[in-house]
Design a protein around this ligand. Structure first.
Ligand SMILES: Cc1ncc(COP(=O)(O)O)c(C=O)c1O
Length: 370
């Protein structure tokens, strides 16, 4: 179905950047720069500068960033890693693929790790904390890092949805032992296919990830140091991402403006909970604009009839997918989030007019559902 207001609009995104992107891609193709060339190194350098760390290592997905960061932090069989129940499955799969056990704790109303629940989830087997900065909002990193230091644990940040978001002025992905980013096409910085990166100040972790992504090989010596994976960020993707990274500050400012527009238009509707939280210490990038309502499914159907595309992240809790073999945790907030959340259109291409259209539709819906 063609939506009047699509969730995202990749065609107009490309059209706006066509000249710069075509030049970057043609540059790679013309010069045969396909694998691990200067475009990848330049992108890694620019990304590290943007996040405020010494190293960035490009890999082919956010999942691989998580897997290699956990391995680099020493997570292995028999270890436990504490993360949240409300996240994308890749966060948990990366832990499982290290041979470790994921311990799922609840999130707070801001969708992020409830720091009050960490302490009691720590056992002698706990090796790492894996906070997820969901929807473009950074977790309470000061408390998470302090707890980790107190217990000798590594912090691996799942910053897949939070490139450019800040807490106490520090970028997501800069405070833990490693930060993990995704460049899936619909992320705030998206490639033309999946991609990811690890950010870190730890030279050993950076080196291990650099080898793991290339089948364990040190390209300078030809020595294989590990059984690695084929997981290098494609050079052409890196060239495209490097172009887009220059626009990221403007896109974040745009998202924040659109979020303000939603806030102004929707704050009078008492059946809605809006994703605006105390920003004294945080600066959100609104990767997703996620509202909550107990009449989510009716609202979603109504918006669809109005030609407005929405998404639900995520309807069915992870542990209800039996193939994943996860035990059901005690996470009441996550369960109510699964029943209530709805993501409204939000991207660099979302316009004021579209936000007004959506706001008007929501107001009309709730005037019939007092
Ligand atoms: C919170 C979170 N973690 C991890 C990932 C995994 O990233 P990728 O899809 O690039 O593997 C994603 C991507 O959707 C995500 O949103």
């Amino acid at each position: 179905m063609a939506y009047r207001v699509p969730f995202i609009d990749p065609r107009s995104h490309y059209a706006k950047l066509k000249t710069e992107i075509d030049r970057a891609i043609l540059g790679c193709l013309t010069n045969g720069d396909l694998v691990n060339r200067h475009q990848l190194k330049e992108f890694e350098q620019h990304l590290a500068e943007f996040v405020g760390v010494k190293y960035a290592v490009g890999v082919n997905s956010g999942y691989h960033a998580l897997l290699f960061a956990l391995l680099g932090a020493g997570v292995g069989p028999g270890d436990e890693v504490i993360t949240v129940a409300h996240t994308f499955v890749a966060t948990v799969s990366a832990i499982v693929h290290c041979g470790a056990h994921p311990v799922l704790i609840d999130v707070g109303p801001d969708f992020n790790m409830d720091v009050d629940l960490i302490q009691r989830a720590i056992t002698p087997r706990t090796k790492a904390l894996l906070p997820v900065h969901l929807n473009g909002r950074v977790c309470e990193m000061d408390q998470i890092v302090a707890l980790a230091d107190q217990h000798g644990l590594a912090v691996v940040e799942d910053a897949a949805q939070a490139l450019g978001a800040r807490f106490d002025g520090n970028c997501a992905g800069s405070q833990g032992r490693a930060g993990c980013f995704s460049f899936y096409p619909f992320k705030v910085l998206g490639g033309f296919g999946d991609g990811g990166a690890i950010t870190t100040n730890d030279p050993e972790l950076a080196r291990m990830a650099t080898l793991l992504r290339y089948n364990g090989e040190d390209r300078a010596t030809g020595e294989y140091h590990y059984h690695g994976q084929t997981a290098l960020l494609d050079n052409v993707q890196a060239a495209v991402l490097d172009v887009k990274l220059r626009h990221l500050p403007d896109w974040i400012a745009h998202r924040r403006r659109m979020a303000d527009g939603y806030h102004r238009g929707l704050s009078g509707i008492k059946q809605l909970r809006l994703p605006h939280f105390d920003e004294t210490r945080r600066r959100d990038i609104y990767q997703n604009y996620v509202i909550r309502t107990t009449v989510r499914d009716e609202l979603r159907a109504y918006l669809k009839d109005q030609g407005i595309e929405t998404l639900v992240h995520w309807q069915k809790p992870m542990w209800e997918h039996r193939g994943l073999g996860l035990a059901a945790p005690d996470v009441p907030e996550t369960l109510s989030i699964c029943r209530e959340v709805l993501s409204l259109p939000m991207s660099a291409e979302t316009t004021d007019t579209q936000v007004q259209t959506i706001v008007a539709s929501l107001q009309a819906f709730f005037s019939q559902h007092p």
